[in-house]
Design a protein around this ligand. Structure first.
Ligand SMILES: [Zn+2]
Length: 499
């Protein structure tokens, strides 16, 4: 067990955790957003990040500090916390990004880690090799070998109380990400950034991003804190948290502000296109779009950066509350409606429902079926697995509504899309307390039919009668032949939903 990371609560594969950062003497609650500080450009001073935004942790680049003589001397003399005037935890990057951009850096893992330790970083990073998406498998494997050497070098450096990142690379090969995750997990290093995903996010390739994260997570232990490196857009935080990411870093707040781009949880807007500001942060409460446009460049950039940060931190808080309330997937679902590529990301997440199911709490607040995707949620899968273990005998009516009078059944079970059938005694147990639409979509009907199949398969001697309300042929076609089917007109049963 890693004693510096404790899980407090969970929903899907998302979790609220506590990351102890001993060198800073702080405990950071995750999911956490780390604003990126460029040591040369301070759009918003680090002290203000702490006081006005509640930032507990930030990230800066030790390679940039190491490369500039003035910065290097200052950092060595004052320490990173003194130089940046920040009391929280400070993570430092190593130059891997520069390596990926420019093909070369002038430091080794041992040098840069010793330097990070000397300047007082709380979490350091070795010089791993970020392999971009869609690289050849050969190149990816060769890069991974070099990253593995970097991790071994990092383990050999005496870094005292400083935590050390163990990046997980592997391009867009989920199996290589998994293997890299397993190897990183086997080191005695502390935090696990999933690297080189920025091009995926910039290209709106959220489904590929989820497959990459899922691969890494399969290799990493559950107690591994995972940092989605370079992920700073609030629209994808909920999705990434639901996949099991704990840490995010945002350079986006400042970079986007420089180009007059305004972040929202539904995407990015350009200031020129805004007639209204859809936000109630202090910046947007005090300034309309015209006022923002009228400001001088530097001031406008600072205001937009502040808004971008406010909206990002607010989304992190919203996600934490969703985990506490047990409705993180409902939030992911809402975000998925913001952009078709986000919907792809959510669908990709549900492709990994078996893994989500293992981590998802058995009981939560409430389940809202909101779309066809809801039928693929881990709770539905778990219910189906349970149906295969329930015994029933004799003649059994499966109906959404109440028991019909005058009919002779040994038992009457409810059947609710997308879950399918269940004994009435389970009506008050999660997730069967779900709120579902009165007009189920075909995906929910098919999932419910799958539930009927599970009951039929487990109870070959039972005589099942399904009373459905206008289910689609494609759902009914899934039922075994020995299940009798009778149709009732939809939404006409007065007892419907009254249970
Ligand atoms: Zn705002």
């Amino acid at each position: 067990m890693r004693d510096h990371f404790e899980l407090r609560d969970g929903d899907a594969a998302g979790r609220i955790g506590e990351l102890s950062v001993p060198r800073a003497g702080v405990t950071v609650e995750t999911p956490a957003l780390m604003p990126v500080i460029n040591p040369n450009i301070r759009t918003i001073p680090p002290a203000e990040l702490e006081s006005a935004f509640g930032a507990e942790i930030l990230i800066t680049n030790a390679y940039i500090i190491h490369s500039g003589e003035d910065l290097r001397e200052r950092a060595l003399a004052e320490g990173l916390h003194g130089m940046l005037e920040f009391d929280g935890a400070i993570v430092t990057d190593s130059g891997s990004f520069q390596l990926a951009e420019y093909g070369d850096v002038e430091v080794t893992t041992r040098e840069i880690l010793r330097f990070q330790h000397e300047i007082g970083a709380d979490v350091g990073t070795p010089v791993d090799i970020p392999t971009p998406p869609d690289a050849s498998r050969e190149r990816t494997e060769a890069d991974l070998e070099r990253t593995e050497t970097a991790l071994a070098d990092a383990e050999a450096v005496d870094t005292g109380e400083m935590l050390v990142n163990a990046p997980v690379q592997g391009s867009t090969y989920p199996d290589l990400r998994e293997e890299a995750g397993r190897r990183a997990d086997a080191t005695d290093l502390d935090v696990f950034p999933v690297g080189a995903v920025v091009p995926l996010m910039n290209g709106y390739r959220y489904a590929d991003m989820i497959d990459v994260v899922a691969g890494a997570k399969r290799g990493l232990g559950r107690d591994a804190p995972v940092h989605l490196f370079g992920a700073g857009h609030p629209m994808m935080f909920a999705l990434a948290v639901a996949a099991g990411c704990d840490l995010f870093d945002s350079a986006a707040y400042a970079i986007y502000a420089r180009d007059d781009r305004y972040l929202t949880v539904r995407g990015t807007e350009h200031l020129d296109d805004l007639d209204y500001v859809p936000c109630s942060c202090p910046v947007c409460t005090d300034h309309g779009p015209d006022e923002l446009r009228a400001r001088e460049d530097g001031e406008r950039e600072r205001l937009l950066a502040a808004h971008n940060l406010h909206v990002s931190f607010a989304e992190i808080r919203r996600i934490k509350q969703a985990i506490r309330s047990g409705n993180l997937l409902e939030l992911v679902e809402a975000r998925a409606r913001g952009h078709p590529r986000m919907l792809d990301g959510y669908r990709a997440l549900l492709d990994h429902a078996d893994r989500l199911e293992r981590e998802d709490p058995v009981s939560k607040g409430s389940f809202f079926a909101l779309s066809a995707e809801s039928a693929r949620r881990p709770e539905v899968r778990r219910h189906h697995d349970r149906l295969g273990r329930l015994d029933v005998t004799g003649r059994v009516l499966l109906t959404r509504g109440g028991a019909p009078s005058g009919d002779d059944y040994d038992a009457v079970w409810r059947v609710v899309p997308p879950f399918g059938p269940f004994p009435r005694a389970l009506s008050e147990t999660y997730p069967l307390t779900a709120t579902v639409p009165d007009r189920p979509d075909v995906a929910a009907q098919r999932a419910a039919a799958e539930g009927v199949c599970r009951v039929a398969a487990a109870n070959p001697d039972a005589d099942l009668v399904l009373a459905h309300e206008g289910w689609a042929e494609s759902a009914l076609a899934r039922l075994p032949d020995d299940v009798a089917v009778e149709s009732r007109s939809a939404r006409s049963d007065p007892a419907d939903g009254g249970e």
